[in-house]
Design a protein around this ligand. Structure first.
Ligand code: SF4
Length: 363
């Protein structure tokens, strides 16, 4: 018997948005021959307009970092960042337009949440790029676990052996840690990497830095992440944005040591890039190094993440923030992302807004 929530996939649905389906779904609907031909066209050939539900609006180059601004069918824009590393290219994908979480250092959260991205819109951020990537991080605009089903579906599509065949352990999800979803991901048969954006060692401080996570017990979040690490025998990353005077005290070092010493954990120490329009203190290099040494002395494995892309505002949401704000104001009702109606609003490209917060997304 079919689950009453099961959606019957039709050929019309596949034709209008083919990047949103796995090979099996397509095959079950249109048969093996057509499915194979379509998968070949989608993943082995150059991207074709007729299969796309979004397009590249602009590309910003900044040395090792390249930023894509994509325009969606309803006129909203999202950002995708490619970072060239010695070991290949990492792409940082968005999962929402805007974000409900409202971290104090982030441009994406400043306009609030607009809508979730569909699985297809997440997948196309990888397939429409002009470069071949070997690592995907879900770390752009939006909190991936507040769009859980679409994010998981996008991973199934990306790793599909008959499609892109992207290795699952090259995929990293970065989250602020909603508990229910952390428990769910623990039970998935997916060998993805997990990063927790912690940024604090006590509830009060975390509630200031990540306002939307008030009510999510910090100890339980840490416990759930460690449980994921144990169950899947994987190292998890703890992202920690250092804010002098707020989360760099001796008590913070002690608590991080208590939680993570002798655990399969890497602490990723991050620096806020710019103080424009944000009342938080930016640590200098010496402060960062000093904190790193204190954490190492407490028995922790620590890395300092090199900031990249500041010259092209490579943080989540920096470039498209104002565009989406205008679009949101012009739109009378929230977008139904399944309808893909084209907005006639002419969008500005927003290459320089002095009012935006400027940081690399530290998640
Ligand atoms: S840092 Fe991430 S979770 Fe926080 S507001 Fe920005 S996009 Fe949302």
């Amino acid at each position: 018997m079919k689950n009453k929530n099961t959606v019957i996939i039709t050929e019309e649905m596949i034709n209008s948005d083919p990047y949103g389906y796995t090979y099996k779904e397509i095959c079950d609907c249109v048969g093996e021959k057509k499915a194979r031909a379509l998968m070949h066209a989608l993943y082995k050939e150059k991207p074709q307009k007729k299969y796309q539900t979004m397009s590249i609006d602009d590309i910003y180059n900044g040395g090792d970092t390249r930023k894509y601004s994509f325009k969606l069918k309803d006129g909203y824009c999202i950002e995708t960042v490619c970072i060239k590393r010695k070991t290949g290219v990492t792409v940082c994908v968005s999962t929402m337009v805007g974000c409900p979480v409202g971290c104090i250092f982030c441009a994406s959260g400043s306009n609030g949440f607009i809508r979730n991205l569909t699985p297809s819109e997440i997948v196309q951020q990888v397939t429409l790029l002009k470069e071949k990537v070997n690592r995907i991080v879900y770390m752009g605009m939006g909190e991936p676990f507040f769009n859980y089903d679409n994010v998981i579906k996008s991973i199934h599509i990306l790793r599909d052996r008959n499609g892109l065949n992207f290795p699952t352990d090259g995929i990293n999800i970065s989250t602020v840690g909603p508990l229910e979803q952390l428990k769910k991901i623990r039970e998935e048969h997916l060998k993805i990497q997990l990063t927790l954006s912690l940024h604090a060692t006590n509830q009060r401080t975390r509630d200031i830095i990540i306002p939307h996570m008030k009510g999510y017990d910090i100890n339980k979040i840490v416990e759930a992440v460690l449980s994921y690490s144990e169950r899947h025998n994987r190292k998890v990353t703890i992202a920690y944005l250092l804010i002098p005077g707020l989360n760099d005290k001796a008590a913070d070092v002690r608590q991080l040591g208590r939680w993570f010493r002798e655990k399969n954990v890497l602490i990723n120490l991050l620096q806020y890039n710019d103080t424009a329009n944000c009342n938080i203190n930016r640590p200098n290099k010496q402060q960062l190094v000093a904190f790193k040494l204190r954490l190492e002395a407490a028995g922790l494995e620590v890395k300092m993440r090199e900031s990249r892309g500041n010259n092209i505002k490579a943080a989540c949401g920096q470039l498209v923030s104002n565009t989406n704000k205008k679009n949101k104001q012009n739109s009378s009702k929230p977008t139904d992302f399944n309808s893909h109606k084209f907005s006639k609003n002419k969008q500005n490209n927003n290459k320089s807004s002095s009012t935006q917060k400027k940081n690399l997304c530290p998640r």
